[in-house]
Design a protein around this ligand. Structure first.
Ligand SMILES: *[C@@H]1O[C@H](CO)[C@@H](O)[C@H](O)[C@H]1NC(C)=O
Ligand SMILES: *[C@@H]1O[C@H](CO)[C@@H](O)[C@H](O)[C@H]1NC(C)=O
Length: 302
């Protein structure tokens, strides 16, 4: 009962403010992204619907959704944080990013169409894509970032063959815990590999790439996934991360509850929530009750 009241209130707030739209006809500067009361500009509801249809095929999330989830990590992890630099051709053309080109350029056009920053678009798209994958949790999602004018430094993304120890070290340097890393890697639940072994391009990293589920953990641990990245196998046996893999393998709820704050933290690299506007309410609704229960209600639609 409490929940439906929250949802109702949210939709009233979200849709009852069309007169605010005059405030978002600015451009991608931070201020232009909030209405005068610091609330999420209604344009994000339109963007949310557009992205949802881009990311959904049948009842599953598709390749654009998978690429959008990866794009968050690829944009945010290098120095500079989440600044849209991924969409700059000089950065997008680098080998770890080239596979994301089609999707990132689509998202860039949506950003231009609605005059929001590419950085915000990439973050909002990542959160939307997670929700479009059946079972995905709601990630607290902010807008108001400015776009970088130059590409991020090269060579800072961990590759598919780093050891678990190296991966943990790189993530810890960015402020993530072993639990954050274990949770974020679970996004491979909805992933396919292409570059690690081109002869097996298109193989998924668990048996259900169209869903957001914990099969990735169980199948990686058991070496039963259609394909496993060397880094994921190494993480499954890493001293700190390995035990958390086992925990998540048994609990979708625990994984989602850890994933959502870890992705939210990723999306805040390079900025701070206090300078941004919370647009979580504009994301599509979680489609399964169990996901809604996985996170505290007050963290979801505030
Ligand atoms: C974009 O923002 C800048 C700085 O805030 C402003 O000078 C410029 O006029 C804006 N452009 C548009 C198209 O609103
Ligand atoms: C973890 O290490 C054990 C013992 O060396 C090994 O049997 C197992 O296959 C390893 N697991 C993975 C996923 O590599």
């Amino acid at each position: 009962m409490k929940l439906s009241l929250v949802l109702l209130t949210t939709s009233v707030l979200t849709y009852a403010s069309p007169h605010l739209s005059s405030r978002q006809d600015g451009n991608s500067s931070g201020e232009a992204s909030a209405d005068q009361w610091g609330r999420c500009p209604p344009v994000w509801n339109t963007i949310s619907r557009e992205l949802t249809s881009l990311f959904r095929s049948g009842n599953q999330c598709n390749d654009d959704a998978r690429a959008a989830i990866r794009a968050v990590f690829h944009d945010c992890f290098p120095d500079g944080g989440c600044d849209g630099s991924l969409a700059i051709p000089a950065e997008l053309g680098r080998s770890p990013n080239t596979r994301l080109t089609g999707t990132v350029n689509k998202l860039k056009s949506v950003a231009e169409k609605y005059r929001v920053s590419v950085a915000d678009m990439l973050m909002f798209a990542g959160s939307t894509a997670v929700l479009v994958c059946p079972g995905g949790p709601t990630v607290k999602t902010y807008v108001g970032r400015k776009d970088a004018k130059s590409p991020a430094p090269e060579g800072q993304l961990p590759t598919g063959d780093v050891t678990g120890d190296e991966a943990l070290q790189k993530f810890q340097q960015r402020g993530f815990s072993a639990q954050d890393l274990a949770a974020l890697v679970g996004a491979h639940s909805a992933a396919r590999q292409r570059d690690q072994d081109p002869s097996q391009a298109g193989k998924s990293l668990d048996s259900s790439p169209g869903s957001w589920d914990v099969k990735f953990y169980a199948e990686t641990i058991a070496k039963k996934a259609p394909f496993s990245l060397p880094s994921d196998l190494s993480l499954a046996n890493q001293t700190q991360v390995g035990p958390i893999f086992k925990k998540f393998a048994k609990s979708q709820g625990q994984w989602n509850a850890a994933f959502a704050p870890a992705l939210a933290k990723m999306q805040l690299l390079g900025s701070s929530a206090s300078k941004l506007v919370d647009c979580t309410s504009a994301l599509p609704r979680a489609r399964y009750t169990r996901d809604v229960k996985a996170a505290p209600i007050n963290d979801r639609y505030s």
